[in-house]
Design a protein around this ligand. Sequence first.
Ligand code: DX5
Ligand code: ZN
Length: 226
Amino acid sequence: MSTQQHLIAPSVLAADFANLQRDVQMVNESEADWFHIDIMDGVFVPNISFGFPVMNAIAKHAKKPLDVHLMIVDPDRYLKVCKDNGAEIITVHYEACTHLHRTLAAIKELGCKAGVALNPHTPVSLLKDVIQDIDLVCLMSVNPGFGGQKFIERTYSKIKELRALAADQNTDVLIEIDGGVGTSNAGKLLAAGADVLVAGSFVFSSENPMQTIKDLKAVDPTVQLV
Ligand code: DX5
Ligand code: ZN
């Protein structure tokens, strides 16, 4: 587990798209650390979210880094446009990259942090030969494509395996958990070694999203352990 306090990245996918500026402003004023931006192509995942023009509109108002999760095939085609529209962290899917090492180098060449997302069925061990080149690993705790799904319990052991794999190679990566995260599992995720919690519906469907973000930020893994 990292010694720094964990980060909270609200997923804009669950925001009210007709009131996007209001919701971006709420995240700006909250204790959240990043904006999580889900881009889907209807091919890699069975859904289409929004594209770069919308992301650009978010970036114009966002006062915190954009953490962009590309759920698209052949993401190399869109890395530059992603950066040009405001991305600070670009995460590609392991399952969507034939030449992952090259893709990660291209992301860094643009001056962005490079992330790799793993679907629930993809073992952490597949990152063994590329872990040194990764800034962030996004462990999908649901099958990507939709908000509001049920958290997959196997994620806890994947976090531990990933922490061990990174430690074994004397390297550090941020571990991000995406899907079905809320205050009921946040403590256990942090105790297992997670650094960044993505939360969509838990934040935006709550009565007071700003307070919900504060609650997620305040979760103390050591308290949850007892
Ligand atoms: C799922 C997306 C997630 C999603 C999470 O494909 O990658 O970022 O917005 O939504 P919740 O928190 O509602 O599970
Ligand atoms: Zn995501």
